[in-house]
Design a binder for this molecule. Structure first.
Ligand code: CP
Ligand code: NVA
Length: 318
């Protein structure tokens, strides 16, 4: 898809930040999914597509990453641009320079910034100070790049998204927040089961409910994993202790012990259910080895689609 195609749709994503899926309309999210599918086809067929020649993306990392770092760097290269890895420890923010000054300075060199950080407000502050688009590569609140790639993956497998049921089992973290918002935008039914005290953020539930009311989706928040998984088309889980919560690992293993996605739980889903996980995974904790390595699992398609979905985001906004 070319820039003129974006114009043809009447959508204008150029210059926008990509901080959360709530900022994008259902049509814009579907447009990005379609563009990701198209860019994937081009890549597989060896068609060179380099709309970002001469452009540079800065990638600020305050946390570890395998998929996000490599897929953004490779994606930018494939689009004809260049990506710079900027670790917090090597930047002056590690020594107290403000986010505002960093944003202002980097805006003079770069065409866009991807940031992976702890507090979501850091992403917001960066976007306030920057004059170039900011992409959220994961914060404590959300992980919209992963959710976009995930919805692309489901779309490729099922042919459509509207009316499908996605069951998320486990921690009410950044991942489920983006899945709830994105799923409701796309007309899916989202069911979340978490232990008492570990459910999704109240404000994210409210925001998702408002979206669901407009799109006809249903959002269900429960504590019983079997109830969430009942007749699900997709079962999704994530680690019990996200980055930054490692010291709670021992207590979380106890709190989440009945929330493993395993051979027993998947019996309640549709026979052709898909198993998804953003990775990295802990086999034997949130998911049994048999399920993540089994025939319903599409976790590496999700990982691959990070590349294509993020190329779509960059091609659209940069
Ligand atoms: N899923 C994901 O964001 O993976 P990384 O932490 O490896 O980037
Ligand atoms: N919820 C996980 C996602 C990792 C990609 C975390 O924040 O660590």
């Amino acid at each position: 898809m070319t820039n003129s195609t974006q114009k043809d749709t009447g959508l204008n994503l150029r210059g926008r930040d990509f901080i959360g899926l709530a900022d994008y309309s259902s049509e814009e999210i579907q447009y990005l999914i379609d563009l990701a599918v198209e860019l994937k086809r081009k890549q597989k067929e060896g068609e060179v597509y380099q709309p970002l020649k001469g452009k540079t993306l800065g990638m600020i990392f305050e946390k570890s990453s395998t998929r996000t770092r490599v897929s953004f760097e490779v994606g930018m290269f494939q689009l004809g641009g260049h990506a710079l890895f900027l670790s917090r420890n090597d930047l002056q923010i590690g020594r107290g320079e403000t986010i505002w000054d960093t944003a202002q300075t980097l805006s003079r060199y770069l065409d866009g910034i991807m940031i992976r950080t702890f507090a979501h407000r850091t992403v917001i502050e960066l976007a306030r100070g920057a004059t170039i688009p900011i992409i959220n590569g994961l914060s404590d609140l959300s992980h919209p790049c992963q959710a976009l790639a995930d919805y692309q993956t489901i779309y490729e497998r099922k042919g459509s998204l509207k009316g499908l049921k996605l069951a998320y089992i486990g921690d009410g973290n950044n991942m489920v927040h983006s899945l709830m918002v994105g799923g409701c935008k796309l007309g899916m039914n989202v069911s979340v089961a978490s232990p008492e005290g570990y459910g999704p953020d109240r404000e994210m539930i409210e925001a998702s409910r408002e979206i669901a009311a407009q799109t006809g989706s249903q959002l269900q928040i429960v504590t019983d994993p079997k109830e969430a998984v009942a007749d699900a088309d997709v079962i999704y889980t994530d680690v019990w202790a996200s980055m930054g919560f490692e010291e709670e690992q021992a207590e979380r293993v106890v709190a989440f012990r009945n929330y493993q996605v395993n051979e027993e739980l998947v019996k309640y889903a549709k026979p052709d259910y898909l198993f998804m996980h953003c990775l990295p995974a802990h086999r034997g904790e949130e998911v049994s080895e048999g399920i993540i390595d089994g025939s319903h699992s599409i976790v590496f398609d999700q990982a691959e689609n990070r590349l294509h979905a993020q190329k779509a985001i960059m091609a659209a906004i940069l």
